[in-house]
Design a protein around this ligand. Structure first.
Ligand SMILES: [Zn+2]
Length: 255
């Protein structure tokens, strides 16, 4: 298995970012890519880490149902959504550990936008890849070597970098339809968290529009019904002052 061979003593060339296996028992060696001469211990250490999925496919479907039922979405989402949870997937991220903030970047074109968020969710990672049998059913999204090289080059050029991790993360892709629209999501395989970029809006929006329309009607009625110009102006100003924060809130929420 390729991953297993790459676990120990990998180094990124500080000149070109190429990933190198450091030969044993030598003090200097040449980068196989750019041919610059490297000292043993120079370059950035690269570690491979693997997430062991702890959420089964059945549990993933359960976490999704729980998320459908949560009050953040429409109240009939659980009943109306038609969903499909795909099998276990693995995707790789490069984590550049640096003084200051880590930089995390995906190492493959992302099959769905929420997969990007996986890189930011903490996980239990292990230096040993799972046994091949455990992985048999999983789909591994291959590392894009150009993205890896670019990330390592970036890390090599940054004096604040301590080391670099290649993290393999586990998730279940989700597709679902709700009232004719298609959505994607990801169930993270470490804790069952549901990650999503776009979700159906709560339908209470309609009710909020009705409140806003009612407010306009109230303003109009005051203008017509309150006797005396001064009293009218005061009434309208007072009503508008009370409504303004509510309308602003509604606009901020729904655009
Ligand atoms: Zn090189």
């Amino acid at each position: 298995m390729r991953d297993r061979e790459l676990i120990t003593s990998e180094t990124a060339c500080p000149q070109c970012g190429a990933l190198l296996a450091v030969p044993h028992q030598v003090d200097t060696f040449a980068c196989t890519h750019c041919h610059s001469s490297l000292r043993r211990g120079a370059g950035i250490r690269v570690h491979r880490l693997f997430e062991r999925p702890r959420v089964t496919p059945e549990a993933a479907a359960g976490f999704l149902r729980g998320w459908f039922a949560s009050p953040a979405g429409p109240s009939d989402l659980e009943k109306e959504a038609v969903s499909q949870v795909d099998g276990l997937h693995y995707v790789h991220f490069l984590r550049i550990r640096r003084r200051g903030a880590d930089v995390v970047m995906p190492l493959a074109p992302l099959p769905a936008p929420e997969v990007l968020d996986l890189g930011g969710v903490p996980a239990q990672l292990d230096g040993e890849p799972p046994a091949a049998a455990e992985d048999a059913a999983a789909r591994v999204i291959p590392i894009d070597e150009e993205l890896l090289k670019e990330g390592l080059r970036r890390a090599a050029a940054d004096p604040d970098v301590d080391d670099v991790l290649v993290e393999r993360r586990a998730y279940y892709p989700v597709r679902y339809t709700y009232r004719g629209d298609r959505y994607t999501a990801v169930v993270e395989a470490g804790s069952g968290r549901v990650l999503t970029e776009r979700r159906p809006a709560r339908r209470e929006v309609l009710g909020e529009r009705r409140v806003a329309a009612g407010a306009m009607l109230l303003l109009f009625a005051e203008a017509v019904l309150v006797p005396g110009l001064a009293a009218r102006v005061v009434a309208i100003v007072v009503t508008a002052a009370g409504l303004y924060p509510m309308l602003r809130w509604a606009v901020a929420r729904h655009g």
